[in-house]
Design a protein around this ligand. Structure first.
Ligand code: 6PG
Length: 478
């Protein structure tokens, strides 16, 4: 039996529901399904008049409602639930039907599912979707990965529902296999770094500049009209300005300082370690969430471990602007690192990622949307094989101009005992990256001393070992 719905959505929690509504609002007939049928009924009651929906109570009814090839968006919790849905759907589908996992799945799972589905004649796509609840409804940034021919079957729908910036939809076919979920993972890693940099600025503005939440909220509001203009800076201003109904004080002051995480930042950091890509900004952001979760330990340590004696706040105007510059320079580094990671993964997996296109589709709809992504897009348009964004004149100059302020902020924070892992590690990365000769020669000497791991010489080809503990002579080992 062939139904009339162009596309189906199974999983009607808020993201799935909003995506289905977004699709229907663009005139595309949508079949909807949820494991608990009552939710489908509620969905149709609440939103049925927004477009052409077919509410279905069983998976059989759901697949029967779809035109061929069937296009099924699965919007369930990442992990086992995705496999569960695929297992249940598979016997009901026909050759060439398409399953689209639009959740935050880990890309190796997407690679595995693609192969498993292919063995059953089903085309599988792993699609990153960013923008939270509102984005899903009003226009997300979409990062589709998988078979390009399968993508061609849904391209028009994705382009219609995606956010649009300057007439360009924030969606592009990212690459084969796990590429879409990989890019979404790095997006989330960058989201972690962006937020960590924001909270380090907030911490300094609170504990060094001595400002309260509403005053800091105003500063973020101002910053949002300059180089830092972005969704996360904008909502930081709003979160800091929010008054708590219960206490009458800033809401942020009564929120527990323990950050949650669902895993995408950790995956990004682990993957960077595997690739050998220095990803200090994102990784420090993940560690900082881990430290935030050690709330009970921190409580004990706060009365046991000594910090510096606080000194008087410095000139606030200079300090506030220094923090802004430190935030911007660190942000440039975090993006440079994230894009370097995508480049390395693309080379390793033969994905042929168009990094400029990734910057383009992140300009709207997603959590890290920012003006600054236009600069990244331009950088890759001019230099498609760029090793590192820091090497493009715009970013080279931006960081050079900010570096004095950045260094002052790191010094001040260190003197005052305020933890700034992302600011300081980004600066160390910058200082390490711009050195022609670093200190790893000594690491090689040590490795060769204790393990005969050999070293190379700057003045000769080949690999060498010194008999450190014997007669001290050097031998060539290759
Ligand atoms: C997005 C967000 C979204 C989700 C994060 C939150 O792009 O829309 O990234 O995917 O809000 O996964 O992640 P944590 O819970 O790990 O902070």
């Amino acid at each position: 039996m062939t139904g009339q719905s162009r596309i189906g959505v199974t999983g009607l929690a808020v993201m799935g529901a909003n995506l289905a509504r977004n699709i229907a609002r663009h005139g595309v007939p949508v079949a909807v399904h949820n494991r608990t049928g009552a939710r489908t009924t509620e969905f149709i009651e609440a939103y049925g008049d927004e477009g052409e929906f077919t509410g279905t109570q069983s998976l059989q009814e759901f697949v029967d409602a779809l035109e061929r090839p069937r296009r099924i968006i699965v919007m369930v919790k990442a992990g086992k639930p995705v496999d569960g849905v695929i297992t249940e759907l598979t016997p009901l589908l026909d050759e060439g039907d398409i399953i689209i996992d639009a959740g935050n799945s880990h890309f190796p799972d997407t690679v595995r599912r693609t192969a498993e589905c292919a063995a059953n004649g089903i085309r599988f796509m792993g699609v990153g979707v960013s923008g939270g609840e509102e984005g899903a409804l009003l226009g997300p940034s979409i990062m589709p990965g998988g078979d390009p021919e399968a993508y061609a079957e849904v391209k028009d729908v994705f382009e219609a529902i995606a956010a649009q910036v300057d007439g360009t939809p924030c969606v592009v076919h990212v690459g084969p296999g796990g590429a879409g979920h990989y890019v979404k993972m790095v997006h989330n890693g960058i989201e972690y770094a962006d937020m960590q940099l924001i909270v380090e600025a907030y911490d300094l503005l609170t504990h060094v500049a001595g400002l309260d939440a509403p005053a800091i909220g105003k500063i973020f509001e101002e910053w949002n009209s300059g180089d830092l203009e972005s969704f996360l800076i904008e909502i930081t201003g709003k979160v800091l300005a929010k008054v708590d109904e219960k206490t009458g004080g800033p809401l942020v002051d009564v929120i527990v300082d323990r950050a949650g995480q669902k895993g995408t930042g950790t995956w990004t950091a682990i993957d960077a370690l595997g690739l050998g890509i220095p990803l200090t900004g994102i990784t420090e952001a993940v560690f900082a969430r881990g430290l935030s979760a050690l709330r009970d330990e921190r409580k004990k340590a706060s009365t046991t471990l000594a910090g510096p004696n606080p000194s008087a706040a410095e000139d606030r105007t200079d300090l506030v602007d220094d923090i802004r510059q430190a935030l911007y320079a660190s942000k440039v580094v975090a993006y440079a690192q994230g894009f370097a990671q995508m480049r390395a993964a693309s080379l390793q997996n033969d994905w042929n990622l168009d990094l400029g296109a990734m910057a383009t589709i992140w300009r709207g709809g997603c959590i890290i949307r920012a003006q600054f992504l236009n600069r990244i897009r331009d950088a890759y348009a001019e230099h498609p094989d760029l090793d590192n964004l820091l090497m493009v004149p715009y970013f080279t100059e931006a960081v050079a101009n900010a570096q004095d302020a950045w260094r002052r902020v790191v010094v001040t924070a260190t003197e005052q005992g305020v933890a700034i892992p992302a600011f300081s590690s980004s600066l160390s990365y910058y200082d390490g990256y711009r050195r022609e000769r670093g200190p790893a020669n000594l690491i090689q000497g040590l490795r060769d001393f204790f393990g005969a791991h050999t070293y190379e010489r700057i003045d000769a080809e080949g690999s060498f070992h010194t008999r450190w503990a014997q007669d001290g002579t050097e031998v060539r080992t290759d």
